[in-house]
Design a protein around this ligand. Structure first.
Ligand code: MG
Length: 146
């Protein structure tokens, strides 16, 4: 078992960006970064509750948008100078909303027969083509405007 919030040595970037976390350590099993192991766990959770009957593509898409809305709610009307403090004060709640989006996304992709890692890797390859470093570094232009 790993202790996530102690920012173990294998997460030096997280330690640097976020420092130590204030919440109690979260004990997690290894391989939590595996899309397939998380998807298996999510589908087992859904099946144990017989919820697959409710999780059609339309409702999963709606639920993802609703959870994304809950995530956005943390930031609505926050001005540039307030956002960092908002994140610091609401870190656990924001993480929970990010997790909600991710859990539903993993289930959605799996239900439609997509290997999420494969489609994400394919999209990243496309993004790398659309946003070559030489043209994109340091600017936020859309690929069609480069
Ligand atoms: Mg939520």
């Amino acid at each position: 078992m790993a202790v996530l919030c102690k920012r173990p040595a294998q997460y030096p970037e997280l330690r640097k960006r976020h420092g130590e976390c204030n919440s109690p350590p979260l004990i997690i099993p290894p391989m939590n970064d595996s899309i397939s192991s998380l998807t298996t766990r999510i589908q087992a959770f859904v099946d144990a509750r017989d919820w697959r009957q409710f999780h059609n593509p339309k409702d999963l898409a709606v639920a993802i948008a609703a959870e994304a809305g809950e995530l956005m709610q943390h930031f609505v009307w926050q001005q540039d100078g307030q956002i960092d403090e908002r994140v610091r004060r609401n870190r656990d709640e924001i993480a929970s909303e990010i997790a909600d989006v991710g859990i539903l996304l993993f289930e959605f992709a799996d239900n439609l027969g997509f290997n999420l890692g494969d489609v994400m890797a394919a999209k990243m390859a496309r993004n790398e083509e659309r946003y070559p470093v030489a043209k994109s570094k340091g600017n936020n232009l859309k690929y069609s405007e480069l």
